[in-house]
Design a protein around this ligand. Structure first.
Ligand SMILES: Cc1ncc(COP(=O)(O)O)c(C=O)c1O
Length: 482
């Protein structure tokens, strides 16, 4: 792949608009040293919100660790077991240190992913009649899914809508909802620090406001933690959910629930499992849960891969989240500037952006629909196919965030009710059935997300692809190829 010449007028214009990019040059060296496979494979990777990428050194260090140690199941106290426990504990402490969480105040629980962390909270939260589960329309399905536990225990579930065009929450409305609380009952408020749909950064000061009014706060930091500093000495949610592959690419299959010890004490686990108890009896039909993280880690933790979390965190620390943040901000700004200025010869804009069009209080994902020269949306699946031909990896659909998707795409409650009550679809509705039902409307969007080792060429390659869509004919929505 061609390297950018400093004489490239586009690059000069970019640097003029985003001079801070020059302070992130270490990421270019890092990319050529540790992520060479991206450029040798001519990949334009633009799905960092889906998953980040790992450095070769992370693999080397992890494999060397496995090669040079003998690790046994940590549920024992033999030498190999103790060795595994030592590494797992060290990773656990590192997770708390990374997020500046005071260990006397917070616990880190290893889970399979962010969804696993969210499910732990949902299934254990003491919802009951009179208690509330309050959440923003803008949430991943793994947060939305908590409402099923709330419904089952007669709690009231309330969604706070998003205001267009920026897809942020109206603060006055949030306040009204937060004030409507019976403090004698457990009440949970959940929102993402960064939207995985629009990349909006929702204010972290909601945490103290909500807690002050008596809410327990669940902050989904899965998308946020990839390019933003989360400082748990400054903001103190009760629960935080994370997936580590989103932060540093490797390993997959490990996430964390970081929880205040006082909040954990309120949870009631619906079962017990190996590793979570001090004593359990068959004849006496009795068990005693262990303390802290142990009570929440079912069975054997992934003790061979958890040490790779330690390695990944060190990798991020060696770069510095502020450097990543700055680079992502600059590239996102340039992408937005250029994309929003593209017009067909008919004068119609090429894209409709869902979310903020400046870099203010937003992260590095840009979600759009492409529009043809007559103003009709181009099916997001067509865009994914076309982008794939240029070796561009991006994400299309609703990204497991139906509330943001419905808001962005203008799909009303009435239309949804019609689709969800169609005869013959009482218990099953495929995505294609749903698309057919809202025929004539776009059921998804295109997300271009920038991250850890993105560079100017990646963005330019995407803009080149986008320019190629100008003035082209496309099949109308609803008739696109499967
Ligand atoms: C904001 C947000 N929350 C939660 C999740 C769920 O993460 P996982 O699929 O790793 O459980 C995602 C994944 O895309 C996300 O972006």
């Amino acid at each position: 792949m061609a390297t950018v010449q400093t004489t490239d007028p586009e690059f000069s214009a970019f640097l003029e608009a985003y001079p801070a990019y020059t302070r992130t040059r270490l990421l270019d060296e890092l990319r050529s040293r540790e992520y060479a496979r991206l450029d040798s494979g001519e990949h334009i990777y633009l799905d960092y919100t889906g998953g980040s990428l790992y450095a070769e050194s992370q693999l080397r260090e992890h494999h060397e660790l496995l090669r040079s140690h003998v690790f046994g199941n940590p549920h024992s106290s033999n030498p190999t077991s103790l060795e595994a426990t030592r590494f797992v504990d060290s990773a656990r402490q590192h997770v708390l240190r990374f997020f500046k969480a005071d260990p006397s105040e917070y616990e880190a629980i290893f889970t399979q992913n962010a969804s696993g962390a969210l499910k732990l909270v949902g299934e254990s939260y003491p919802f009951g009649a009179g208690s509330r589960f309050l959440l923003t329309f803008d949430n991943h399905n793994s947060v939305n899914g908590i409402r099923e536990f709330a419904h089952a225990r007669q709690a009231q579930v309330t969604y706070i809508p998003l205001a267009l065009p920026d897809m942020r929450v109206d603060e006055a409305m949030l306040d009204t909802h937060l004030r409507h609380i019976d403090r004698s009952k457990p009440n949970l408020f959940a929102y993402p620090a960064q939207s995985n749909f629009s990349a909006v950064l929702h204010p972290l000061d909601w945490i103290e406001r909500a807690r002050g009014l008596g809410w327990d706060v669940l902050l989904d930091a899965a998308a946020f933690a990839t390019t933003n500093e989360l400082d748990l000495s400054q903001v103190k949610p009760d629960f935080v959910s994370l997936s580590f592959y989103k932060m540093f690419g490797y390993p997959t299959g490990i996430g964390a629930l970081i929880a205040r010890r006082s909040a954990l004490a309120k949870l009631h686990r619906p079962w017990f499992a190996g590793g979570t108890i001090t004593v359990a009896s068959v004849q006496a039909d009795k068990y005693y849960l262990a303390d802290g993280h142990q009570a929440f880690e079912d069975g054997t933790v992934d003790y061979l891969n958890i040490p790779a979390v330690d390695i990944g965190l060190r990798h991020l620390e060696s770069i510095g989240i502020p450097v990543i943040h700055e680079r992502v901000r600059a590239l996102t700004g340039w992408l937005l500037d250029k994309l929003t200025s593209m017009k067909h010869s008919t004068g119609v804009s090429l894209v409709r952006v869902y979310g903020p069009v400046t870099t203010e209080q937003r992260g590095g994902a840009v979600t759009v629909n492409f529009v043809d020269q007559n103003g009709n949306p181009i099916d997001h699946r067509t865009i994914e196919i076309e982008a794939g031909k240029d070796n561009i990896s991006l994400r299309t659909g609703c990204f497991c965030n139906p509330g943001a998707g419905e808001t962005a795409l203008g799909i009303s409650r009435l239309e949804l009710d019609v689709c969800f009550t169609q005869p013959g679809h009482e218990s099953r509705l495929s995505l294609d059935d749903f698309r057919l039902c809202i025929d004539g409307k776009n059921s998804g969007a295109v997300r271009i997300s920038i991250g850890l080792v993105s560079n100017f060429q990646d963005v330019q390659a995407f803009l080149h692809f986008a320019r190629g869509l100008l003035n082209r004919e496309f099949t109308a929505i609803g008739h696109a190829p499967h």
